[in-house]
Design a protein around this ligand. Structure first.
Ligand code: ADP
Ligand code: MG
Length: 628
């Protein structure tokens, strides 16, 4: 593989991968086994090693408390946002208050705290490594990601050493992968069912301009739920209580369920096969008294048909179709007005899903490309467009939620309305409420509701330096600017005095630019520090072993050395002993080299000695035999 200089990255909840354009065509990055998907899992170990990808996922079975999944759910969120997510993540999540009241989320994994940005950066670094360490990337996010979630994704990229050229919506990337932009105009619906999330987005294309019209979904609907329905079926028949907190048992059931589900995408029937360590499956032993130890593993086998599976997942699929209806309604369209339908996400490999989506929209959905690779392929196309300059394409996304500021009485005044195409700018004039007010605080909110208490607080800043004036005299223009990436900047200017707030919006949570910079520096410095620490330990061990061996040899044959040879060994040994506690790698290496060189005559001497002894020993043995 040639090393691409720029890649497209799909940073997924369950799987992540990269793609790049080669000879004008997007291709996904694969490992030597041909695998493209990297599980979005990280596992930490006591000795400091960190595993990412399949190795981490394999580890989860035996060591769940050191492994984390679904980091994407935490990106750009506050503890308050995460009520439902917390149940899925078996780690303690804490919120640290930083200066200015800003909050930073941290996940405690085996006694170490990590921000979601750092964790996602570990996944991105793995994806990057597999692609040959490119330095530039386009990274995708769901269309419903808000400002802080996009910002967090961008920060994760930076921490991973990537220059993130653009944050692109996943449905837009999928449409690009199919080259639908070349149609010129039309309407595209993207149905994305992944591991744990579902969304449906409606895009339009007119005169080469792509725009997300609407998006709707459920962040708790995905392939994991399909697995769950099978797990419940099996558990019921085996007499196993799924509510029991037994991670190993659950993992076995989950594996078996997912395997059967995947098999059913290709065959009419599949075998469900569960082997549970220690006989937990014994229906007669509903409440084992002393654990499962010492009992033989229990085997459970059963065939499952496609029809049976379809009946199980039907209510879940119905829910997804309802969301498609809502997305179309928001876009002001009927199913018949959609020209192209694109399937995204591993779960759309299920034939029943294809059928239901096809029926709903009244046309066969695109499924020619691998549904779990299509987003990365589209991101690669976008990356290529941005860097090669060969083709012009305008990608227009929309603001997913209305943006505004707090005005008197806790009311949100919306400057930019939901589904407005980005980039966009809006300015509104405000005034002061009190006499001689020299500063105003601008609080920024996001959401559809009227009152600040029902919306999401995004950030705040102060416009000061307003000259004293009677109330209602000042004229403060507040400007919102949402850029190509959907990232918001807010500025304010008082017109009479020219006072201007230099500060742009500072997210109420997440990392500051300086903190991200520090993390970037830390990861580089630590990489060096980690290496130095390991090397130092290795050298110290070697120095001590050399000193020990030489002391032993001196005791045996030291008297046969010349005084000069002996003196040199003593002085270099003293210098080496002095160098061991230090941290100067080069100095320690030199001291070892000098000592080894000084001890060389002794080693020679002893080697000859060994040879002579061996010969003498043989001779003595011979003699003894003769004596008898
Ligand atoms: P993400 O949620 O990260 O976007 P993917 O789009 O890769 O993840 O989807 C992962 C889901 O797809 C998992 O639930 C997995 O079990 C499911 N999946 C993968 N292959 C198949 C298949 N052949 N049949 C049914 N489901 C599949
Ligand atoms: Mg996905």
């Amino acid at each position: 593989m040639t090393t691409p200089s720029v890649v497209g990255i799909d940073l997924g909840t369950t799987f992540s991968l990269a793609a790049y354009v080669e000879n004008g065509r997007p291709v996904v990055v694969r490992d030597e086994k041909g695998d493209a998907l990297i599980p979005s899992a990280i596992s930490f170990h006591d000795d400091g090693t960190v595993l990412v990808g399949s190795a981490a996922r394999d580890r989860a079975l035996s060591d769940p408390e050191h492994t984390i999944f679904s980091v994407k759910r935490l990106m750009g969120r506050t503890l308050k946002d995460l009520e439902r997510e917390l149940k899925l993540i078996p780690h303690q999540i804490v919120e640290r208050e930083m200066e200015g009241g800003r909050k930073v989320l941290r996940v405690d994994i085996a006694g170490h705290e990590h921000t979601p940005e750092e964790l996602s950066a570990m996944i991105l670094r793995e994806v990057r490594k597999r692609a040959g360490n490119p330095t530039r990337a386009v990274v995708t996010v769901p269309a419903y990601f808000d400002d802080s979630q996009r910002q967090a994704t961008r920060d994760a990229g930076r921490i991973a050493g990537l220059d993130v050229l653009r944050i692109v919506n996943e449905p837009t990337a999928a449409a690009l992968a199919y080259g639908l932009d070349r149609r010129g105009s039309g309407t595209v619906a993207v149905y994305d069912l992944g591991g744990g999330t579902f969304d449906c987005s409606v895009l339009t294309l007119s005169e080469g301009v792509f725009k997300v019209l609407s998006t709707n979904g459920d962040t708790f609907l995905g392939g994991d739920d399909f697995d769950r329905t099978i797990m419940e079926l099996v558990a019921g028949e085996m007499g196993v209580d799924l509510g029991r907190r037994d991670p190993e048992l659950l993992q076995h059931l989950r594996d078996a369920a997912e395997r059967a589900k995947i098999a059913l995408s290709a065959a009419e029937t599949a075998e469900l096969r569960v082997s549970i360590p220690g006989g937990a499956a014994d229906p007669g032993a509903a409440a084992p008294k002393s654990g499962r130890d010492g009992r033989a593993p229990r085997e459970f086998r059963r065939a499952i048909s496609r029809t049976e599976f379809e009946a199980l997942i039907r209510p879940l699929v119905d829910r997804s179709i309802d969301k498609c209806k809502s997305a179309l309604k928001d876009a002001g369209l009927t199913p018949g007005q959609v020209d192209e339908v694109v399937l995204v996400g591993g779960s759309t490999r299920v034939p029943y899903i294809r059928r239901r989506v096809g029926e709903f929209f009244g046309k066969t959905p695109h499924s020619e490309l691998n549904p779990d690779e299509v987003v990365a392929l589209g991101a690669a196309v976008q990356a290529d467009i941005l860097t090669s300059g060969r083709r012009d394409l305008l990608l227009l996304d929309v603001v997913p939620l209305s943006l505004g500021i707090e005005t008197l009485g806790g009311v949100v005044d919306k400057l930019i309305h939901r589904n407005t195409t980005v980039p966009c700018r809006a300015t509104t004039r405000y005034t002061t409420a009190a006499d001689n007010q020299t500063a105003i605080l601008i609080n920024i909110y996001q959401g559809e509701r009227e009152l600040t208490k029902d919306c999401r607080f995004l950030g705040t800043f102060k416009l000061s330096g307003i000259p004293p004036m009677p109330a209602q005299f000042a004229q403060v223009d507040v400007t919102f600017l949402a850029d190509q990436n959907g990232i918001l900047t807010v500025s304010a200017k008082e017109q009479r005095s020219g006072a201007q707030a230099q500060v742009t919006v500072q997210a109420a949570h997440g990392l500051t630019v300086a903190e991200v910079d520090q993390l970037v520096v830390d990861s580089i410095e630590n990489a060096q520090a980690d290496f130095t620490a390991r090397k130092l330990i290795e050298l110290r061990n070697k120095a001590e072993a050399d000193l020990r061996h030489t002391a032993k040899a001196l005791a045996q044959a030291g008297d046969r050395l010349t005084p000069d040879q002996r003196g040199l060994i003593d002085t270099t040994a003293a210098a080496l002993r002095a160098a061991i506690p230090g941290t100067d790698l080069g100095g320690l290496q030199q001291a070892i080299d000098a000592f080894v060189a000084a001890a060389n005559p002794l080693a020679q001497l002893l080697m000859n000695e060994v040879v002579r002894h061996t010969l003498a020993g043989t001779a003595a043995g011979d003699l003894a035999e003769k004596k008898l």
